[in-house]
Design a protein around this ligand. Structure first.
Ligand code: NAD
Length: 481
């Protein structure tokens, strides 16, 4: 059993309170390591370390910061297999997915911001011969970074990398449900020679560690990814303290399929956008709207293919779905299937726990589930389920489907399938979402703005948006005469 440690002031240390939380491997339903049950005392130590490191790190030349971050990126790549297995064991996702997506992306996050910072420039505004203004962009200080369990290292590093690239020091908290790869990352940071105190990782519960970061008076900026309810709580605490906030929250994304789409491409990608990572990606398209003329064709083909998706041991090459992240999450997802039935839905496939054999018998597996016959505005179609459950709804007109798509409290991502270019542009501009994918899904260029509208969040990550967030602009105006 591994005892995970906090990473504070360059060292791996025990939590002050010396207590630990059980860490489950969801694929077998058993405890396999222990997580520090840290509290505000550990956050205080981490903040002190970050404050002490800040004066030096904030003036360390960009080239040097970049060099260390590139080293971290290289080390993640070198440890790809070990990290992929660890991520799968902690989260339940297929090892193949962690190997192809999660871990390479974590390395890419460091690589991207290590180089982005070298190209980051600020503006100047000339007032002809009267004056010249220039904008200084300086690091803010100690940044709080709080991340969720669904893409553990991927999202954790998506915050840390721009924060330290722009000269901040960080107090970070990974999800207590999936802490392992953040712990492994702290070992790599030591190996890469990241100066002590630049990054501090405090493990533990949200209501203890996360809340202590949010309320800490010396942490002027919080970057959070997680549920909408938690985001609201963080905003409630942080807003009166005038902290800078970036909130990446929940989603209930529409996948809109017009009859003129490229059917084969669409069906292949739709299997992925529905069930990748067991449907536990904030960008999954869980509400599928299909133009009525191809509804039956879509339903038949889709359900046939979903039934063929293997749910199994995450280490097996042919497992398309692994375990969901925890027992309580499995129960929550299955309770939504019951709700859907009560709301008049018909389960076309799945809708139940999958019991595997042998050592996996106690794992948290759910069959990929497709439901039809629900109103667009019922709870099943309005609330985030965050599991392998999608609903099918036919539509007749573009106006109608836009109304369905925009009807939730969320507005993170949307997917549109059509070969009609004019319609693609028109629908994209009328969707209330921060991201629209046309004829694709999860195609990511790290330079693009990433985030949502309405209950899906405030602010944008990605590219220079994140560097803007992690720096404070100051205008200097010089009179010329
Ligand atoms: P969560 O909100 O329960 O937890 C997220 C993080 O916040 C965890 O580290 C948790 O410990 C911490 N936390 C909990 N309570 C806190 C508090 N009071 N103060 C400070 N921190 C606290 O979310 P989750 O269940 O881990 O993740 C799933 C959610 O994340 C889904 O809603 C999903 O849509 C969302 N998500 C959004 C994005 C995005 O980019 N918009 C990406 C991934 C996941």
């Amino acid at each position: 059993m591994i005892n995970i440690k906090n990473y504070i002031n360059g060292e791996l240390i025990e939590p002050v309170g010396q207590t630990y939380i059980d860490n489950y491997n969801p694929s077998i339903g058993k405890v396999y390591s222990y997580i520090p049950d840290s509290d505000e005392r550990d956050v205080e130590l981490a903040t002190e370390a970050a404050l002490k490191a800040f004066p030096s790190w904030s003036v360390t030349p960009k080239d040097e910061r970049s060099r260390i971050m590139l080293k971290i990126s290289e080390l993640i790549e070198k440890n790809l297999e070990r990290f992929a297995i660890a991520e799968s064991m902690d989260n339940g996702k297929p090892v193949s997915l962690a190997r192809m997506v999660d871990i390479p992306r974590a390395a890419a996050n460091f690589h991207f911001y290590a180089t982005a910072i070298l190209h980051y420039a600020s503006e100047s505004h000339s007032m002809e011969d009267t004056a010249i203004n220039y904008t200084l962009r300086t690091p803010v200080g100690v940044a709080g970074c709080i991340s969720p369990w669904n893409l553990p290292l991927y999202l954790f590093t998506w915050k840390i990398a721009p924060a330290i690239a722009s000269g901040n020091c960080v107090v970070a908290k990974p999800s207590e449900v999936t802490p392992m790869t953040a712990y492994l990352l702290s070992e790599l940071c030591i190996e890469a020679g990241l100066p002590k105190g630049v990054l501090n990782i405090v493990h533990g519960y949200g209501h203890k560690v996360g809340a202590a970061i949010t309320v800490h008076p010396k942490i002027p900026l919080v970057s959070f990814t997680g549920g909408t309810k938690t985001g609201a709580e963080i905003a409630r605490v942080a807003a009166p303290m005038f902290k800078k906030l970036s909130l990446e929250l929940g989603g209930k994304n529409p996948n809109i399929i017009f009859a003129d789409c490229d059917f084969d491409k669409m069906i292949k990608t739709t299997l992925n956008s529905s069930f990748a990572n067991q449907g536990q990606i904030c960008l999954c398209g869980s509400r599928i709207f299909i133009e009525r003329s191809i509804y039956e064709k879509f339903k038949t083909e889709f359900v046939t293919r979903v039934k063929q998706m293997k749910v199994g041991n995450p280490a097996d090459k042919d497992s398309k779905l692994g375990a969901v992240v925890s027992k309580s999450h499995m129960e929550k997802v299955l309770s939504y299937v019951d709700l859907a039935k009560q709301e008049g839905g018909t389960v076309l496939c799945g809708g139940h726990q999958v019991k595997l054999e042998g050592e996996f018998a106690e794992g948290y597996y759910i069959a990929p589930t497709v439901i039809e016959g629900l109103n667009y505005n019922c709870r099943t179609n309005q609330e985030e389920i965050f599991g392998p459950v999608v609903t099918l709804t036919p539509f007749d007109t573009e106006e109608e489907v836009l109304m369905y798509a925009n009807s939730t409290q969320y507005g993170l991502a949307s997917i549109v399938w059509t070969e009609n270019l004019t319609r693609a542009h028109r629908v994209a501009s009328n969707l209330h979402a921060g991201i629209v994918w046309i004829n694709c899904w999860l195609l990511r260029d790290l330079r693009t703005p990433f985030g949502g509208v309405k209950g899906s969040g405030v602010g944008r990550e990605g590219g220079f948006e994140a560097l803007h967030f992690f720096t404070e602009p100051k205008n200097v105006c010089i009179k010329l005469k």
